[in-house]
Design a protein around this ligand. Structure first.
Ligand SMILES: [Zn+2]
Length: 353
């Protein structure tokens, strides 16, 4: 599923600018970020798995026929994460891939339930991600923070377990900043998760559920009113509701837009039909993100290239888009100011005659 890669249509100098532009990544999944390089390392650790170890064979393995096939492949990668050392390796190597794209700050969506259910000790899991986070910051200068999300398809048992792991002071990791809800939306109404989000918010976490990716704008309203969302994962169908767009704009509730993902999962038919321009025109704070990048044959730099084409942006426009990502981050004001200044300094130097 790489036919939707469009960055070849974006001028080479603009792609070079994007590749060097300091950025924030707000919507990217932990396991979903496992590149063929990382998956081949994990598969080699577990030779009984059916996942290929050859990175070239993995590129074929990551070619999906439909959403159900995507879920099947995704779960086979989840099955490779069996020990705390697997967790640490995955996390640290994902950070390396982000750092190579000049990502200075990333909120990684982690689904601890998938690991604890598989028998990984919860404290060992937390130690593994925290150890990788600290090592990544020291080695690459990339700051990682966690969003713990409920896998919606796993029901309220998963919600309870995720909430406990996110709110129990004896377990929750230092880098945890937010609480999310992922998985399918159809048949998984958002309001049933309200009590869990209430507890997470009371424990100081920020609310950032997926909503309006594969269902209509009412799901986004539910995320706002029931789950008190401060950002929305995707929010694609918001474009069908002008009142909702006005609400998002007025309250500065950012949308985490992941264009290529929306095509890969068929949430949007073609990139040219993607509503990102309507979001921008309505004054919504739009951020660019990559979701499950290797699985969708993309990366964050490519998503910025897609956005440049869809929004007709030059270097300054792209720098503003990158600053949106920083603005919407769950990061303190000093941290935001530092990255924004770096973006401005880099852009001025790039454009200097
Ligand atoms: Zn997502």
């Amino acid at each position: 599923m790489t036919d939707h890669l469009v960055d070849a249509r974006v001028p080479r100098d603009l792609r070079a600018f994007i590749a060097s532009l300091p950025k924030a990544e707000l919507h990217v999944h932990h396991v979903g970020s496992a590149s063929p390089r990382i998956v081949s390392e994990l598969a080699a650790r577990h030779p009984d798995s059916k996942v290929p170890t050859d990175p070239e064979a993995l590129v074929d393995y990551f070619t999906f026929t439909d959403f159900a096939h995507f879920i099947e492949v995704y779960l086979s990668v989840v099955d490779l994460i069996r020990t705390p050392e697997d967790v640490r390796l995955l996390t640290f190597e994902v950070a390396r891939d982000l750092a190579r794209q000049q990502v200075r700050y990333a909120e990684l969506t982690v689904t601890p339930f998938s690991s604890t259910r598989r028998g990984i000790d919860e404290r060992a899991f937390m130690d593994a991600i925290e150890d990788a986070r600290k090592a990544a910051e020291a080695d690459f200068g990339t700051v990682l923070r966690w969003c713990f999300d409920i896998p919606g398809e796993a029901g309220l048992e998963a919600a309870e377990e995720t909430t406990r792991l996110a709110t129990d002071d004896r377990v929750r990791p230092e880098g945890l900043v937010s609480f999310g809800l992922g998985g399918p939306e159809i048949g998984v109404p958002r309001p049933q998760f309200k009590p869990y989000f209430d507890r997470a918010i009371a424990a100081g976490l920020r609310s950032v559920p997926h909503a309006g990716e594969t269902t209509g704008p009412q799901t986004v309203w539910d995320a706002l009113t029931e789950l008190r969302a401060e950002r929305i994962g995707h929010g694609t169908s918001s474009a069908r509701d002008p009142k909702l767009l006005a609400h998002l704009a007025e309250h500065r509730i950012a949308l985490e837009v992941c264009p290529t993902s929306n095509i890969a999962t068929r949430a949007v038919r073609t990139l040219d039909e993607h509503p990102i321009k309507e979001f921008v025109e309505a004054g919504v704070l739009v951020t660019i993100n990559s979701d499950d990048p290797p699985m969708f044959g993309t990366d964050l730099n490519n998503e910025y290239a897609v956005a440049a084409r869809l929004l007709d942006l030059d270097e300054r426009g792209l720098a503003e888009l990158a600053k949106n990502g920083v603005e919407a981050a769950f990061l303190d004001e000093a941290g935001k100011a530092r990255i924004k200044e770096e973006i401005d300094t880099f852009t001025s130097a790039w454009l200097a005659p």
